[in-house]
Design a protein around this ligand. Structure first.
Ligand code: PLP
Length: 470
């Protein structure tokens, strides 16, 4: 058969989260080795239980006959044998009544309007926006439901990058969706480096330095990506960092892409959304959220949204930026309906007074407490590792410690691969996310059970101290 030339951009892109170390882990697992998979933020694959209320609603949506059984048979005649909450029945009926094309039909390209409306309400409530301030309020017409946040990020980057010299600033380290998508779209990745030793904070000097360097190389920077809370750093941006990003974007006429998929993974810290911080400034802002993370962890169901504010004017089309995004979402037909329903549930949690509330609240708190507890256990073990340092408040699902002491010519990739071979612990090398030249890191997701972490941490400490001092 005649060979074909394929897209070089696809050949070149990399995604370390599923790269050589996890691939080796899969082989070792097949050979019977016990693997502790801390390489990926995939909560339910690692034993996190789904939130009962969500699954009650999804099952009723998929099989509406169950609604009838719940309303008229189960409770009255047979007894409430499966304990589906009345509120789940009520919400399922509401959703089915409003999903005009049904669960099995394509929806409007941007997703159901009533769901976008409830997202807009959620954003305004989250950001404490006064109902009299219509210019600060979120607009359902500028919200796009997506198959996870990844699709929203891709749609924006695809539209912004029109030339190989178009640059997108991304934090280093970063979640490789961004480097991969910039590569795929044929643009230029422009790195900026949050200050690790000051808990991954940002200031204008850091941003201006990388902006200027790229400009000197004739790169036309169009947007800056901010991931808050961070992946892989787990750090939560403080107010000053957020304000400096906004000022920098305003001064240099850049759009901000705010990846806020970990906004519920704060463990006591405060989340400040970019939408709130921008206020009435007219900076283009693309905000992303998802059902994959937080305490919901519904990664496989692929639900998310993209909110657009102050879309930039378009110079080479009569269509506006939002109309072009709409065109792209029309070509994709629509995001999946279960994902849309989950986004609705994410932005409308059960409230006090309905019968799903107590269990929902307890499940949510247990998951978040458990994650924080695991993060602290791992972080504490760094104290026993020679030259291991971890900065920043705990956020998202990851820790990103710096390995200050490695034998000459050994990289973090070799460290992580040997760690896997010797202990079964699968983490990702810092170089997979990018890091300041000359520094070495690893990323560990704090998702596996406390028992499996407690069983592997002593071997890791042991391995580490031997490896770095060899
Ligand atoms: C920062 C960040 N953004 C986006 C995503 C992808 O989210 P989704 O599953 O909603 O596509 C991830 C997944 O790990 C992530 O860490």
């Amino acid at each position: 058969m005649k060979s074909v030339n394929v897209n070089q951009n696809i050949i070149d892109l990399e995604y370390a989260v599923r790269g050589p170390i996890p691939q080796r882990a899969a082989i070792l697992k097949q050979q019977g080795k016990q693997i502790i998979p801390c390489n990926i933020g995939n909560p339910q694959a690692l034993g996190q239980k789904p939130i009962t209320f969500y699954r009650e609603v999804l099952s009723l949506l998929e099989n509406p006959n169950l609604i009838i059984r719940e309303k008229y048979i189960s409770k009255n005649y047979i007894g409430d044998f499966d304990n589906i909450s009345n509120y789940a029945v009520e919400i399922s009926e509401y959703l089915l009544n409003n999903m005009e094309t049904g669960l099995g039909g394509y929806t409007e390209s941007k997703g159901y309007y009533f769901i976008r409306e409830s997202i807009a309400n959620f954003i305004d409530k989250r950001d404490n926006i006064d109902s009299s301030k219509s210019d600060l309020q979120s607009n359902p017409d500028n919200i796009f439901l997506t198959d996870g946040a990844s699709e929203g990020a891709k749609a924006i980057l695809e539209l912004l990058i029109s030339d190989k010299n178009d640059g997108i600033m991304i934090p280093i380290p970063q979640y490789p969706l961004y480097s991969a998508t910039i590569r795929r779209c044929g643009g230029t990745q422009v790195n900026y480096y949050p200050d690790e030793d000051s808990d991954w904070t940002l200031n204008k000097d850091i941003l201006v330095e990388s902006f200027q360097k790229a400009k000197d190389n004739k790169i036309n920077i169009k947007a800056i990506v901010v991931i808050n809370p961070g992946n892989p750093t787990g750090a939560i941006l403080d107010k000053s960092s957020i304000i400096q990003v906004i000022d920098f974007a305003e001064e240099n006429d850049l759009a901000i892409i705010a990846d806020e998929v970990y906004q519920e993974n704060l463990y006591g810290s405060k989340f400040i959304s970019f939408a709130k911080a921008i206020g009435d400034k007219s900076i283009p802002l693309f905000s992303l959220h998802s059902v994959s993370k937080g305490f919901y962890g519904e990664c496989g169901q692929r639900g998310g949204y993209l909110e657009v504010r102050n879309p930039p004017p378009v110079s080479n089309s009569t269509l506006s930026f939002t109309e072009l995004l709409f065109k792209v979402s029309s070509v994709n037909l629509c995001s999946n309906t279960i994902g849309q329903a989950l986004v609705y549930l994410m932005v409308n949690p059960p409230q006090q007074g309905n019968d799903a509330f107590d269990n929902f609240t307890q499940e949510k708190q247990t998951i978040l407490d458990d994650l924080f507890n695991k993060a602290n256990i791992i972080r504490k073990s760094f104290e026993e590792m020679d030259g291991m340092e971890c900065f920043g408040k705990i956020g998202s699902l990851y820790l990103f410690p710096r390995i200050n002491k490695l034998p000459p010519k050994i990289t973090d990739f070799e460290y992580c691969m040997t760690l896997l071979e010797e202990t079964g612990l699968c983490v990702v090398n810092g170089s997979g996310f990018g890091q300041k030249p000359g520094t070495y890191h690893l990323r560990i997701a704090f998702l596996p059970s406390i028992e499996s972490l407690k069983s592997v941490l002593p071997s890791w400490i042991n391995f580490h101290n031997k490896f770095v001092n060899q």
